[in-house]
Design a binder for this molecule. Sequence first.
Ligand SMILES: C[S@@+](CC[C@H](N)C(=O)[O-])C[C@H]1O[C@@H](n2cnc3c(N)ncnc32)[C@H](O)[C@@H]1O
Length: 243
Amino acid sequence: MKDIFKQVEHNINSLVEKQVWWASCASAEQMQNARDGKIELKLGINKTVPSEWIAGIKGKDVLCLAGAGGLQAPILACAGANVTVIDISEKMLEKDRVIARDNDLNIRIEHGNMCDLSRFSDNSFDYIINPASLLYVPDVMPVFKECYRVLRQGGSLILAAPNPIAYVCDYVEDKKGAYYKAVNRMPYRSTDYADQGDWIEYGHTMEAYIGGQISCGFVISGYVEEQMDDITELNFMTKADKI
Ligand SMILES: C[S@@+](CC[C@H](N)C(=O)[O-])C[C@H]1O[C@@H](n2cnc3c(N)ncnc32)[C@H](O)[C@@H]1O
């Protein structure tokens, strides 16, 4: 099998060139608000991270995991956090480099795979902020294990992800009309479907997302979700603590 991560990197870089919406950088207003203590942090879904989840982030060591694109890292840096961002896409990381340079922000920028955080020592971060991106890894467990290792005691992993219902249903048109129908068993892998071409995406189960974090030692202390206009598009965020 070809290197799926090389393929993901290629796919993401192509989308960034097409100016996909989730590669938009933080605005000057969002950065000023963060400097003033009003942190509006979105993780690739519409809802913002509940403010109480990140209330103590000023002065803390924060890893933006698979979180390049110039949105989360600059906002967190403006809020006074010591920010490191790691991402597989150089094109996404370039956005952080440019916005950091233009706004005199000190952000550590690392090109790498979220499944391998071996460059970071144990207990080196207070927060890990992970925008919706686990849909690009075949197995969430190596990521959760690494997150648990690099977080300090009392630290938190905050992530956003799509609920598997988004992958269970497809829009179908047949003699009954056009409607959403449950057609795929979970977990979903785009590589099982010839019509998906080189696109790589995984629909993980809630057991993998929630049970996976718990089995690594995390305690889930926060959960929010949102339903989009397309009612099969359901996103969620969790806050998981290393206690
Ligand atoms: C949908 S974007 C999320 C980031 C964006 N800032 C946002 O607000 O939504 C997904 C990100 O995950 C990154 N990514 C995908 N697979 C990865 C992996 N295995 N390791 C590190 N980053 C990865 C992509 O390069 C991309 O930057």
